[in-house]
Design a binder for this molecule. Structure first.
Ligand SMILES: Nc1ncnc2c1ncn2[C@@H]1O[C@H](COP(=O)(O)OP(=O)(O)O)[C@@H](O)[C@H]1O
Ligand SMILES: [Mg+2]
Length: 283
């Protein structure tokens, strides 16, 4: 790997009850790579994403480890350091496109805010840029969309707006936290293709958080399988499906028999596999 863009080492966190949320997670990404972070609900995926962005909820505390972005330590960094990076070098595509947008402000105002604030665009230049961003995510009738309020757009259109906003300042890393799980299956596929195309065009590294192996198969280069805050397997996507090493990974693949079809529903994983995996990580 070239010099890592993101280098997470031994990251640990606890919740308010003192239970481990992350157990020494290490993960490395090179520039332009797409890394899947996969695991069932509660595995700690969002906590990793939020730790990178410095937006962990109060109830979750980092207890150790480091998060280096292009050599810069983000774990415990002050808010001004993070403020400078967020939106410019690191951007987020959130899970829920409705709650991520301010319901009382027009799309145009929300898109141009970051451009003006973070990159010093004039009002006019920001509007022109916002228009071209919407075109890049294949939203036509841009004048209408810029004037619209979030509730006037479909879920898929809102997610396209948020993707446009994430790519706006050409960040080096995008964190996408289950960006398609609130959308229906057909729209999911379009949005995945869109993220993949933009990622390739801009050579952006993407940390792609998902519980869906279909999504991993379609979009990721490498993958980290997380279980109860611990990394159980880390490999290329190619090897993940051909030679899964860990019983939990095999169960996860078996539970998602149509991993060539993103959005297919997950069958439950047996209690036996879960118990064995749990024993393995707390040993
Ligand atoms: N807002 C929160 N308040 C309290 N605990 C939280 C909160 N968010 C996450 N946690 C803790 O972190 C654990 C992992 O959650 P999360 O990172 O959201 O997992 P995932 O994204 O994989 O579903 C939870 O089981 C809980 O202990
Ligand atoms: Mg989550």
């Amino acid at each position: 790997m070239r010099r890592p863009l993101l280098d997470i080492e031994g990251l640990s966190a606890r919740n308010a009850a003192g239970q481990p949320v992350l157990r020494g997670v290490s993960l490395m990404m090179g520039p332009g790579e797409v890394h899947g972070l996969v695991g069932q609900s509660g595995a700690g995926k969002t906590s990793i994403a939020k730790a990178i962005l410095g937006i962990l909820p109060r109830a979750v505390t980092l207890t150790g480890g480091s998060i280096r972005f292009d050599g810069l330590e983000l774990a415990g960094a002050d808010t001004s350091t993070l403020d400078k990076l967020l939106g410019t070098d690191i951007a987020l595509i959130p899970q829920d496109p409705l709650t991520a947008l301010n319901p009382s402000r027009r799309i145009g105002a929300q898109l141009t805010d970051a451009l003006r604030l973070k990159a010093g665009f004039s009002k006019h230049a920001a509007m022109t840029k916002a228009k071209s961003l919407l075109e890049e995510v294949h939203l036509s009738d841009t004048a209408r969309i810029l004037r619209a309020y979030p509730h006037e757009l479909s879920g898929g259109m809102r997610q396209r707006v948020l993707i446009a906003s994430a790519f706006a300042l050409n960040p080096r890393l995008i964190i996408a936290d289950e960006p398609t799980s609130a959308l229906d299956v057909t729209v999911q596929k379009q949005i995945l293709r869109l993220i993949r195309r933009l990622q390739r065009d801009h050579e952006t590294a993407v940390l792609f958080v998902t519980h869906d192996l279909g999504v991993v198969a379609q979009i990721c280069d490498d993958v980290t399988v997380l279980f109860s805050g611990a990394v159980v397997e880390q490999t290329s996507v190619h090897r993940l499906f051909r030679q899964p090493l860990h019983a939990y990974t095999r169960a996860l693949i078996a539970a998602n028999p149509r991993y060539d079809q993103p959005g297919a529903s997950l069958r439950p994983i047996s209690a036996e596999v879960i118990e064995t995996t749990l024993k393995g990580i707390s040993a």
